[in-house]
Write a protein that binds this ligand. Structure first.
Ligand code: ZN
Length: 318
């Protein structure tokens, strides 16, 4: 068996979900339990791993980009946190006690650093807003309010329909129309998440009125159909709407590719199920980004987490 460092060299940063394929199920489950535990008890998450020459990719846990524990190492048969080697359930309570001790010891300083970081961010925002105001004033005369920044992103999942699909499936009833509808909703969000992101990387936006592409150097964009946009606001709206992109892009691309060729009800259900399984995994491994489910389901993070927890109970085990 190849070591963690060989399996994930410097050029290949592992996602938390990649650990599932690296470890035996026992260890992976232990690690997942740990991730879930620190999230619930301390609101701490695993951050993006850091490369070290000695140990390869190491993990950190913290919040808002401030870390409480660093240098968590991944071994073939477990993981090491501050010299505590965790490779079975017996060692696990030792780890939890250690985390509690660190948390209590460093809590004050940890929360201070987060507050400091947020304060600096607020100052940056203030300066940015002042700049944007000035720019807006220069185009204000051209703006038609009912045509300006009217956004319509592909719709999100209707969670009641998803529930219904699972309930029926569990009873052996195949609602092909419903499976198609849900799959297509997921598909369209993935597709526009990918394509619109690629456009925006080139400074181009897609008009939500007519589909035309609008390029240009300035923030203000006018479409021949009458719609008008602020490029910055367009990008913000894309993010606020949680269009699928970023860390889980590979997952979305895979879903799109396979959905295009899926024909039978079974094939489609497997694809929907695989994506939902990903929702659950990303929720508990959280990292610094939002759980994947928020790309497809409306609601606050807590609300979406609850939905996914509930749904995962009715999902067939993976
Ligand atoms: Zn247009």
């Amino acid at each position: 068996m190849r070591s963690f460092k060989e399996r994930f060299p410097k050029g290949h940063r592992p996602e938390i979900t990649d650990l599932e394929t690296f470890w035996e199920a026992d260890i992976y489950n232990l690690f997942r339990d740990f991730a879930e535990y620190i999230l619930r008890k301390y609101d701490l998450r695993f951050g993006i791993p850091l490369w070290t020459e000695k140990y390869g990719w190491t993990y950190r846990i913290g919040k808002s980009g401030v870390y409480l524990v660093k240098g968590i190492r991944i071994e073939e048969n477990g993981f090491t946190v501050d010299d505590i080697e965790v490779n079975d359930r017996e060692k696990y309570p030792l780890l939890l006690a250690h985390i509690e001790e660190i948390y209590l010891q460093k809590k004050e300083n940890f929360l201070e650093r987060i507050a400091e970081k947020n304060k600096k961010q607020a100052e940056r925002n203030k300066r940015r807003i002042a700049g944007e105001k000035k720019e807006f004033a220069s185009v204000q005369a051209y703006i038609v309010p009912e045509q300006y920044n009217v956004f319509s992103w592909p719709e999100k999942l209707d969670i009641h329909k998803l529930h219904k699909l699972y309930m029926l499936d569990a009873k052996g009833i195949r609602d092909e129309v419903l499976a198609d509808e849900i799959g297509l909703t997921l598909y369209l969000r993935c597709k526009y998440g990918k394509e619109d992101m690629e456009r925006m990387e080139k400074g181009i936006i897609r008009c939500h009125g007519c589909g035309n592409e609008l390029s240009g150097e300035t923030d203000f964009r006018q479409c021949s159909c009458g719609r008008q946009y602020s490029y910055r606001e367009y990008r913000r709206s894309f993010r606020r709407n949680n269009m699928p992109t970023g860390a889980a892009a590979q997952t979305f691309h895979a879903f799109m590719r396979k959905w295009n060729t899926a024909e039978s009800y079974n094939e489609k259900m497997v694809l929907i199920d695989t994506l939902l399984h990903e929702f659950h995994l990303s929720m508990i491994s959280g990292a610094t980004h939002r759980p994947v489910a928020m790309n497809f389901i409306d609601g606050s993070r807590t609300h979406v987490d609850q939905i996914i927890n509930k749904l995962s109970l009715s999902m067939p085990p993976k």
